[in-house]
Design a binder for this molecule. Structure first.
Ligand code: G3P
Length: 224
């Protein structure tokens, strides 16, 4: 499973990249706003800085909701860097935009997916990725991981090349559930990625190893 980081924060992106396990970045207008990035030139410069910090795959979302403007914006975003994947919402004009952009060889991540039907439409239109939001479904007492599993199953049935990119992944259990049901990618905050490291027995075991090593070294010094 690929690991993407879901943030527009450059420090977090660089920290995740430094770990050597990062496969990409997803952003959205809320995450860009959280970093205080406004104005077209600043937004483009920020996407470029993100692209320069990672090996591949940076999702940048269009703001327009009208077909003609969506494709213009998508083409312009794609020109920032080869790593850009244009993120398009699953609305009627979005489906048309996915078809157009993917026909131009531009990779598209179709976002705000909450049903398998939406995912199927996006895949039919040629999306490279669909982003089902599992956490937001769990928020309304609906099983987010069941949706991921359903989409994986449908795409497998027909050999769709579209990758299932689990989004709105809020905690480590979500991430593991995505892996269990075969999501191609999970995008999550930095704290969820590093959260996979945590176990008190690891900390306790390491402290013991180091203490035993020091004891043996000290004893050898006394003897020597
Ligand atoms: O990738 C989409 C993601 O940013 C949404 O996450 O936590 O706002 O539901 P969240």
């Amino acid at each position: 499973m690929k690991f993407f980081i879901d943030t527009a924060n450059l420090q977090e992106i660089r920290d995740a990249q430094d770990l050597g396990i990062l496969d990409g970045v997803t952003t959205n207008p809320s995450l860009m706003a959280k970093e205080g990035i406004t104005g077209e030139e600043n937004v483009r410069a920020h996407y470029k800085a993100i692209c320069d910090s990672v090996d591949n795959n940076v999702s940048a979302e269009v703001i327009s909701t009208v077909y003609e403007e969506m494709i213009k914006e998508g083409e312009s975003l794609a020109k920032i860097d080869d790593k850009i994947v244009v993120k398009v919402p699953i609305i009627k004009d979005g489906v048309k935009a996915i078809k157009y952009l993917s026909n131009q060889g531009i990779r598209v991540n179709c976002t705000l997916i909450f049903t398998a039907g939406q995912a199927l439409l996006a895949a039919k239109a040629g999306a490279s990725y669909v982003s089902p939001f599992m956490g937001r479904l769990d928020d309304i007492a609906t099983d987010g991981v069941a949706l991921i599993q359903q989409i994986v199953h449908i795409f497998d049935n027909y050999g769709f090349p579209t990758e299932v990119l689990a989004a709105s992944v809020r905690h480590t259990m979500h991430l593991l559930q995505c892996a269990e049901v075969g999501a191609d990618v999970a995008t999550c905050p930095y704290k969820v990625i590093v959260g996979l490291l945590n176990h008190p027995l690891t900390d306790k075991g390491l402290a013991q190893f180091l203490a035993d090593h020091k004891k043996a070294e000290d004893a050898a010094k006394v003897m020597g």
